[in-house]
Write a protein that binds this ligand. Structure first.
Ligand code: SF4
Length: 326
């Protein structure tokens, strides 16, 4: 591993000053970054450890919940406020990684983790995300884990997070600090599709810092579910995952939120399927129709065609669980 400088500032301003230089990376839990450094995928000159910043709080506000960027995944998943008000987020977090990793990983770091495409981690293979212009090993390679929505000829990788799928469904907002002050981005607009720049995963500028996430209050706590389909029951990334949240009034769906993981370069929100559910009765038929709408535009590659069947079945199943049908 390349030698690097390590600093651990104690104020937000000193972090912003430190990251405003090329070759600098932020470290918090380090559960992805250290792997990337060991494998030579990334080689920063300087690491800025932000763990001394006071960004661990989970608080109720007038409009929802605020979760600090340094709150640990394990702590958020067990927090009473989160479990009571946003159980979907708790479920999504508990399905991610392993207890040991959740105990180190932070909310901000979870958002910033990179794809787990094996070609990205193998520096002997071409990868446009790691080395723009070098090609994509997965396009003609073993692409079983890869995207079925929104992929580009440059990159067909998927975003690996479970937490982010839950936050996308819950209309969360990302709070960001920069040298010009704070700004907020809707969670669904934080990550980006690969398009012609697969090397860029999200819309965070290099000199900005995630300081928290806000989740607005909603009526989904009674009827939400996170379904993750994977090769083994723990410590595995999603083949397909679904975050489903429903607001049900007397057997009729008033509002719906749906997002998927394991299918796109970003958490994939299913807006059309959500609209189709409004006013429908709680029934398997309603859910199957929504799942079919959600699959419009899906495209498979050589080894991931199974996702074209697995994804709608998972949407239907998640909605059945969320609604209480099963
Ligand atoms: Fe790299 Fe993306 Fe292709 Fe994977 S899918 S090899 S991350 S360019």
């Amino acid at each position: 591993m390349k030698q690097f400088q390590y600093v651990h500032p104690s104020t937000q301003q000193s972090v912003l000053d430190a990251i405003n230089k090329p070759g600098t990376k932020i470290i918090a839990g380090g559960t992805n970054l250290v792997d990337l450094m060991k494998r030579g995928v990334t080689a920063p000159d300087k690491l800025v450890d932000i763990n001394r910043l006071p960004l661990k709080g989970i608080t109720a506000t007038k409009t929802g919940l605020h979760i600090g960027a340094l709150a640990l995944n394990s702590v958020v998943s067990e927090d009473n406020l989160v479990v009571e008000k946003q159980p979907l987020l708790s479920m999504a977090l508990k399905s991610g990684a392993s207890p040991q990793l959740r105990n180190m990983a932070t909310v901000g770091g979870n958002m910033m983790q990179r794809t787990r495409c094996t070609y990205f981690y193998d520096i002997t293979m071409p990868c446009n995300k790691r080395e723009p212009g070098s090609g994509c090993g997965a396009l003609e390679g073993f692409n079983r884990m890869h995207a079925i929505f929104g992929a580009s000829p440059q990159c067909i990788a998927v975003h690996p997070s479970d937490m982010c799928v839950g936050l996308a469904a819950l209309d969360a907002v990302v709070v960001i600090a920069g040298r010009k002050g704070e700004r907020r981005i809707p969670f669904t607009g934080f990550h980006r599709l690969a398009e012609d720049h697969p090397e860029t995963d999200n819309h965070l500028a290099k000199d900005e810092l995630i300081i928290g996430v806000e989740i607005p209050d909603n009526n989904f706590a009674k009827h939400s579910y996170y379904l993750k389909v994977r090769d083994r029951q723990s410590y595995a990334f999603a083949l397909v995952s679904v975050a489903a949240a429903l607001d049900i009034d007397n057997g009729t769906i008033r509002q719906a939120r749906l997002a998927m993981g394991g299918v796109a370069h970003k958490p994939w929100r299913l807006f059309d399927a959500e609209k189709a559910l409004i006013g429908k009765p709680v029934s398997e038929e309603s859910f199957k129709q929504a799942a079919q709408i959600a699959m419009q535009g899906a495209k498979a590659y050589q080894y991931n065609a199974f996702k074209l069947k697995l994804a709608p079945a998972s949407i239907t199943e998640a909605l059945k669980h969320a609604s209480g049908l099963v």
